[in-house]
Design a protein around this ligand. Sequence first.
Ligand code: SF4
Length: 345
Amino acid sequence: MPSKAAKPDVQAIADELVNWFGQHARDYPWRRTRDPYAILIAEVMLQQTQIQTVLGRGYYARWLARFPDFATLAAAREDEVLKVWEGLGYYRRARNLQRLAHEVIVQHGGVFPQDPAAILALPGIGPYTAGAVASFAFGLAEPIVDGNITRVLARIYNDAMPVDSTVGIKLLWERAKALVQTTDDPRSLNAALMELGQTHCAPTKPTCDACPVRSHCRAIEPESLPVKHARPEITAVTERVVFLRTGAGVLLELETGKRRTGLWKLPALHPMHVDQPPPVLLRSHYGITRYKVTLWVHEPHAQELEWPDTHRIIPFGELESTPMPAPYRRVLRELLERGEFRLHA
Ligand code: SF4
């Protein structure tokens, strides 16, 4: 092992990573293509979703089958876009993808730009996604830093600087840039860094003995790295909605908040009934960002039969094709399967 005080040899690390990746790369569909659209979709889906979900549950294949290119996505109805995304959560990603598709068609003549600055200027694109598309689609020496790469770099440099601090973030990007600019295969280098974090350099029990860069790594206690500022505590919140089923369908409310705008959900219980809510039909739990939500579904209160414009009876035959956040989809299906509630005329 080299002296822990010596600076890691960037050139040697880059070479080892590229060699290792050439022999051990996992086979993913987005690695078999150079199409910036297909790569972009994968990167955006994978930002907050596990590979097993994106691939194993068919989201990636379904999306590309329905929206195979920027033109198709730009021309699609928003509710259809949200419906195909349904279950992945963080719906802003889907809306931003469609905005981006519009911009590629209108501002770039339908051709995804190759200039990293132009990629970064597209709607919803941050430094990570810009670097990923630039390197994976166009082979440009642009760095990327995601959670896996953060862990790998913090360990290789044995750096206890909080990786979510301004200085820590800047340092990570500088290190990732130094590595990718050292190699003539930026595509493999970036993918190798990610894959090392998914395999040998896992959060717990890293398999350092089999790691391709073990002779360069400065980590003394790998599992203690990376260091992060304290996470915000999980907050428990209560959400109360009503289930109103008529002979024609189910009453749903169109979301207008930032996070889920354009999606439909069971209507919120009117605040005037919260202190003495109607009988409970079902209780469910779900998590979102730092919130743990208890979702109570109530019978509708008699006084709630007048509804605002955001509410609509959705016919039974259209419920499955109506875009809806996954937690509501689950409780709605369960309620409909029970089929035991009195119908409102
Ligand atoms: S030697 Fe261990 S800690 Fe260092 S990069 Fe490899 S797996 Fe991670």
